[in-house]
Design a protein around this ligand. Structure first.
Ligand SMILES: Nc1nc2c(ncn2[C@@H]2O[C@H](COP(=O)(O)OP(=O)(O)O)[C@@H](O)[C@H]2O)c(=O)[nH]1
Ligand SMILES: [Mg+2]
Length: 416
């Protein structure tokens, strides 16, 4: 059921939004048997939909033998309850559907805790409604309304569980901070973007490894995954794949994934991946920017990466490039279909890494063969010359190597 409020352009996006809801339903394991839309001037306070539309929905549910109604729009707990009562069919909104998908897709214990926390926080204000379900649908002999006492007990239990989960998560978070410490010195980039934009495919393409999970489903990736990527010319980055964003991401979920995205807070560069072939890529980009803002990640340096260029014909791609580059000259255009098509990303990352590795001159005596080898292995050597009995190596050095060389007694100067 798609019933957005009337506004400019709503008609155009209504269809795409329903396509997306259909994919979400599919990911959650449901089969879509019917669709109904309406543009509302304002939602009915009691039932969200007007009387006529509600009747239409009832008829459709009966004809198609549907067992679930999914609303693309957010219903208040009491609206959801009333619609359920009126139609005698379970109703979920988009937020609940997304929570459900996350619950089935969480793999790591951390992701599971984050999802459970979000679910409990979603459930708390809706407890009465859940009890009504028990009465009406699992309906059976001896099932009585729970009464206030039962409800209170449940609230207490849930609050207790929420507290416990928060404590455990903060513990996991501390461990992660320790892990991060050990990576100080490497250049870190994080892939962010709308779900299904191709983030995991890019990580896979850049590493050439098949252990990165790619799927034409929404939310294939919940746990962040970091891999070292060799960019050629002695430049390397730690590239992290993260959970995708989506419009109307339940805010409980955003809050609980804050910890996972800490990784991203720490990144030297965010790669915002956009599906250039999607008709609503502009809206998707805005959604991602908004979530980044909510997570206070909007001030990180960011590179716009337009992906899936292979799906555009030449004219459309040129048009897009012209338009985007006029506004964001640093934006790059890639696809993951061929290895070369990722070269613009490798170049941009090399450039970013270099900007973070200032040029230095290291003065070595002929006895320092091991240091010379290390500079060649980890730095980017630009020039070598001899001055007297010293070898002077001009190179871009990662911070960590520079520190090590200094400790080992090498003289390092900054060229004019
Ligand atoms: N045609 C095309 N498909 C792509 C490209 N990159 C990713 N895909 C497909 O898009 C879907 C989502 O990709 P995935 O990497 O899982 O997206 P994620 O949700 O952002 O991690 C998969 O079916 C990929 O095969 C691309 O450059 N071109
Ligand atoms: Mg992914």
């Amino acid at each position: 059921m798609g019933a957005p409020l009337k506004r400019a352009g709503a008609r155009k996006s209504l269809d795409e939004h329903l396509r997306e809801l259909e994919r979400l339903a599919d990911t959650a394991g449901a089969v879509v048997v019917g669709e109904l839309t309406q543009q509302l001037d304002r939602p009915h306070p009691g039932t969200y939909l007007g009387k006529g539309k509600l009747e239409e929905l009832k008829t459709m549910v009966r004809d198609k033998d549907a067992s679930l109604i999914i609303f693309d729009d957010e219903l208040t707990p009491s609206q959801g309850n009333t619609v359920e009562q009126t139609l005698g069919t379970r109703v979920v909104d988009r937020a609940e559907l997304i929570l459900d998908i996350f619950a089935t897709r969480a793999r790591s214990s951390e992701a599971k805790m984050q999802v459970e926390l979000a679910q409990l926080e979603y459930t708390l204000p809706r407890l009465t409604r859940m009890w009504t379900h028990l009465e009406k649908f699992r309906g059976g002999i001896g099932v009585r309304g729970p009464g206030e006492t039962q409800l209170e007990t449940d609230r207490r239990l849930i609050n207790h569980r929420i507290k416990l989960l928060k404590e455990r998560l903060s513990h996991v978070q501390q461990n992660r901070a320790v892990q991060r410490q050990s990576r100080v010195g490497s250049f870190k980039a994080s892939l962010v973007g709308y779900t299904n934009a191709g983030k995991s495919s890019i990580l896979r393409g850049m590493t050439g490894s098949n252990d990165v999970h790619v799927e034409d489903r929404l939310f294939a990736t919940l746990d962040p995954l970091t891999r070292e990527v060799d960019l050629g010319e002695n430049a390397r980055v730690l590239l992290t794949d993260t959970v995708g964003f989506i419009r109307k991401l339940p805010h409980h979920l955003v809050a609980s994934f804050r910890a996972t995205l800490e990784e991203t807070r720490d990144a030297d560069l965010l790669l915002h991946v956009v599906d250039a072939s999607h008709p609503l890529w502009e809206e998707q980009r805005q959604v991602v920017d908004q979530v980044l803002l909510d997570l206070e990640l909007h001030e990180q340096p960011m590179l716009l990466v337009f992906n899936k260029t292979d799906l555009l014909d030449e004219g459309a791609l040129l048009h897009l490039q012209e338009r985007v580059l006029g506004l964001v000259p640093s934006a790059i255009f890639v696809n993951t279909v061929s290895d070369e098509a990722l070269d613009p990303l490798r170049r941009a990352l090399r450039h970013a890494v270099r900007a973070r590795r200032p040029v230095a001159e290291v003065w070595l005596s002929s006895a320092d063969g091991r240091m010379l080898a290390e500079i060649h292995a980890q730095g980017e050597v630009l020039e070598q010359r001899t001055e007297g009995d010293q070898l002077v190596v001009r190179a871009r050095l990662p911070e960590r190597l520079r520190g090590r060389l200094e400790q080992a007694g090498a003289r390092i100067t900054t060229p004019a």
